[in-house]
Design a protein. Structure first.
Length: 118
């Protein structure tokens, strides 16, 4: 079973993302409230998939993605955000991640996972 780490400063978002992954029969091994917490949990939990919000306190999503990819280029990173603009998408794709717009839908998440695991 694939292990998932959810990083989002919104409890509502963390819970809704978790619900989608549980429905897809993934194991949510951790939930982090910001990029710093997310990076610490990433190092401890060694997840297969990480969802990251862009706008978070202490360390934003782009900064977190950079740190994660420096440690493990193969981990699947999916940005789940309501902040979608061309600059953000360009930067996220440059680091090998995908973007799913909030509110999260199962089909969008499945497509992002398939896209990144070709």
């Amino acid at each position: 079973m694939k292990k998932v780490l959810i990083v989002d400063d919104s409890k509502i978002s963390r819970n809704s993302i978790e619900k989608v992954f549980v429905e897809l029969q993934y194991e949510v091994v951790g939930k982090a409230i910001d990029g710093v917490d997310g990076f610490e949990q990433f190092k401890l939990l060694n997840p297969d998939i990480i969802t990251v919000d862009i706008e978070m306190p202490n360390l934003d999503g782009i900064g977190l993605i950079k740190l994660i990819k420096e440690q493990n280029k193969k981990v699947t990173v999916i940005v789940v955000t309501s902040t979608v603009n061309s600059q953000t998408i360009h930067e996220v794709v440059r680091y090998g991640a995908a973007v799913v717009k909030k509110p999260i839908k199962i089909a969008r998440l499945v497509n992002a996972i398939k896209l990144l695991n070709r």
